[in-house]
Design a protein around this ligand. Structure first.
Ligand code: SF4
Length: 250
């Protein structure tokens, strides 16, 4: 599997889940590389923003920022190597993240199947942008979909960010929960439209403030909590930002 490379190894780390339905749960994260979208504010742009690609990023104006060399950002790990990496952690909750993990479903299926065979107590969550359909094999093994559809502010065209067939799949899955990142009123209005269009149940929707510092998160908190109260959504923080800041591998 193509895993994001960090400190010369695959980006696999034990932490707590900082967002959404499983917030606060001790969890091992496995960060796969590659993404089919290119959000302008993506904070894991080292999984897709390769040299000689045309996608703009908010960091483009930051001195020293440049697009990534694909070869330097990916490490290819076998299922056995990933199992060896996670073995030291006393934790059976795994989050498959990215990038967009559903681009590498076959490899995840092999990993999940082998881990379940060793221990039926493994719990698997996947963080997805909600544009790709899971295979039946993947769906049979996964416990929870954390679906985070992207809005207009991501700078992805509607054609690539909004896939009706994927919304329909996740709408009917009892394992799927939706998480929307909200920066401003216009984002909320867009989310309300999407919820109406795809008939998403409000009790399965989480709204999360946009921000990569505690100050940015706190500045939107009170307003967003009021919106959640009004529409019956869940509010979710980004707990890891409060604890660790915006850092990789924690
Ligand atoms: S979908 Fe996620 S990983 Fe992909 S570009 Fe957007 S924020 Fe980044």
């Amino acid at each position: 599997m193509k895993i994001a490379k960090f400190n010369g190894k695959g980006e696999i780390f034990y932490t707590i889940q900082g967002e959404g339905k499983s917030l606060g749960k001790p969890t091992v994260f496995i960060r796969s590389s590659l993404c089919n979208l290119h959000c302008i504010w993506c904070d894991t742009d080292y999984t897709w923003n390769w040299k000689n690609t045309p996608y703009p990023h908010v960091f483009d104006q930051t001195p020293g920022y440049e697009k990534y060399d694909k070869k330097e950002q990916i490490v290819e790990l076998s299922t056995a190597q990933i199992i060896e990496e996670i073995a030291p952690y006393a934790c059976k909750n795994l989050v498959l993240t990215g990038g967009e993990p559903l681009l590498q479903q076959k490899a995840w299926v092999e990993l999940m199947a082998q881990l379940r065979k060793k221990d039926a107590g493994y719990w698997f969550e996947v963080e997805t942008n909600g544009t790709l359909l899971p295979s039946s094999e993947f769906d049979a093994l996964i416990d929870q979909y954390n679906v985070s559809p992207k809005l207009e502010n991501s700078n992805n065209s509607m054609k690539i960010r909004e896939k009706p067939e994927a919304y329909a799949f996740f709408r009917q899955s009892p394992k799927a929960w939706f998480k929307f990142v909200i920066a401003q009123q216009a984002d909320l209005e867009e989310v309300l439209e999407l919820i109406k269009k795809y008939d998403l149940p409000s009790h399965k929707v989480y709204l999360m403030p946009e921000g990569t510092t505690p100050e940015q998160l706190k500045s939107k908190q009170s307003w967003l909590v009021e919106q959640c109260k009004q529409y019956g959504f869940h509010y979710t923080d980004r707990l890891h930002i409060h604890i660790y800041g915006s850092k990789r591998g924690v």
